[in-house]
Design a protein around this ligand. Structure first.
Ligand SMILES: Nc1ccn([C@@H]2O[C@H](COP(=O)(O)OP(=O)(O)OP(=O)(O)O)[C@@H](O)[C@H]2O)c(=O)n1
Ligand SMILES: O=C(CO)[C@H](O)[C@H](O)COP(=O)(O)O
Length: 401
């Protein structure tokens, strides 16, 4: 079921991303949320993960005073939308509180932000948050007042006595690590922050605890995925970069023009990719003019495209796809790879003359490279009879399954 349907009748949802820390444990002069992963600041990945969810109306990013301009320039450069930047506090709790205070208490206020029914709180340094866990915590917060993602403990928790020796240890199976995202009925968490002590604001590390202590709200705990971990140490930056690379290679979109040969070839390629290339999700779109379908693919973070053209020298389809890619602005976030496949069905045409006819793609590729779209041309000689035979084999294989 669509997230929008699950949330139907539900009021608005906004998010607060605390990003006002200095990243002491990471030990770099640049706070970790502004460190580059494949050339793009970590915080831009987290913002994007929330921004692509259409049922989140506003995203408040809380940064320290000296990083407000940096954050604004990141928003501008990567085209982030629905973002409000707010000045942070000395501790994470104080930053979150500042983020919450931006929502007006009264509807009459001139502030463009509306107080949401549910607010998500998510650390800016946890870039791999997915829509399903966000939806789960939001729905649970609506029902229980508060909810948060948890993970099994990796190590046992022990307490030491004053002389540094073991006092006691906790039974690991009974405890969980509290992660993010968390979600709250806005009024609950706002009241909790208003009522909590300076000690809580300065030394507390757990928002769910504030809701329990000050509003008697027992949060619902929801099992999250391993990717929710928080970038804390330098090695986490390397791990995050590897995950991003891996994610980028997981999806490919095959588009074809409407000619029979191209559609047939696209079908076969799609099947081959699905069954032979382990980490590629094959998505086939017949006819790339279908904007809505393609927009959904972009939202799914697809950066690899194979555009199949029945004509060996015609690059119109490829140009059209590049236009759509440009308009979607996804190449601002990552380089997009587009392989323009041209089929040579003529038996009389030599490969060399086919290549000469396709030469125009070189100039086109040079132009669009400036827009971070990497176009490669591929001329393929193929035997139609053989393709029909292979397709029949695939169809029969399916029936047998
Ligand atoms: N005064 C603070 C401190 C932290 N945070 C944010 O809270 C999140 C989680 O905190 P943590 O991992 O502890 O970040 P840092 O405080 O930056 O790291 P460190 O404790 O190593 O200094 C981060 O997105 C961080 O930017 C914040 O908004 N304001
Ligand atoms: O997981 C969390 C809440 O449960 C927080 O991310 C965590 O507590 C932040 O703490 P610190 O700033 O000390 O890393």
């Amino acid at each position: 079921m669509e997230a929008g349907t699950l949330l139907s009748g539900a009021a608005s949802v906004a998010a607060v991303l605390p990003a006002g820390g200095s990243g002491e444990r990471l030990g770099s002069a640049t706070p970790k949320q502004f460190c580059a992963l494949l050339g793009r600041p970590l915080i831009s990945y987290t913002v994007r993960a929330l921004e692509r969810i259409n049922w989140i109306s506003d995203i408040v990013v809380v940064v320290s005073l000296e990083n407000i301009e940096t954050m604004k320039s990141i928003i501008e450069k990567y085209g982030h939308k629905r973002i409000t930047v707010v000045e942070g506090g000395m501790t994470r709790h104080r930053s979150i509180f500042n983020g919450l205070k931006i929502f007006p208490e009264s509807k009459l206020s001139s502030c463009p932000l509306q107080k949401p029914e549910v607010v998500i709180i998510h650390d800016a340094v946890r870039p791999f948050v997915e829509e399903d866990i966000l939806l789960k915590v939001v729905l649970a917060a609506k029902e229980h007042g508060a909810a948060g993602a948890i993970r099994p403990l990796v190590s046992t928790v022990v307490a030491s006595s004053a002389d540094g020796s073991l006092d006691h240890s906790l039974e690991r199976a009974r405890y969980r690590a509290s992660e993010m995202p968390q979600a709250f009925l806005f009024d609950i968490i706002y009241q909790a922050y208003h009522q909590c002590s300076d000690y809580d604001l300065d030394y507390g590390t757990e928002c769910l605890h504030l809701a329990l202590k000050y509003c008697k709200t027992n949060a619902k705990l929801i099992e999250g995925s391993p990717d929710l971990w928080k970038v804390t140490y330098k090695r986490d930056l390397y791990a995050a970069e590897s995950i991003i690379k891996d994610n980028l290679s997981q999806q490919v979109c095959v588009t074809t023009d409407m000619k029979e040969d191209a559609v047939q070839f696209g079908f076969l390629l799609h099947e081959t990719l699905k069954s032979e290339v382990k980490q590629v999700k094959g998505i086939s779109v017949f006819l790339c003019k279908n904007d809505n379908h393609l927009q959904n693919i972009f939202l799914g973070q697809c950066y690899n495209f194979i555009c199949i053209n029945a004509e060996k020298s015609d690059i119109k389809e490829t140009q059209q796809l590049v236009d759509i890619l440009e308009n979607s602005r996804i190449s601002v976030l990552h380089p997009v790879v587009l392989i323009s496949v041209h089929l040579n069905v003529s038996e009389n045409m030599s490969f060399r003359s086919g290549m000469e006819e396709l030469a125009g793609i070189k100039e086109f590729a040079r132009e669009v490279k400036k827009k971070n779209i990497l176009v490669y041309g591929l001329l393929i000689h193929y035997n139609k009879g053989q393709i029909v035979l292979t397709r029949r084999t695939i169809d029969e294989g399916r029936k047998r399954r």
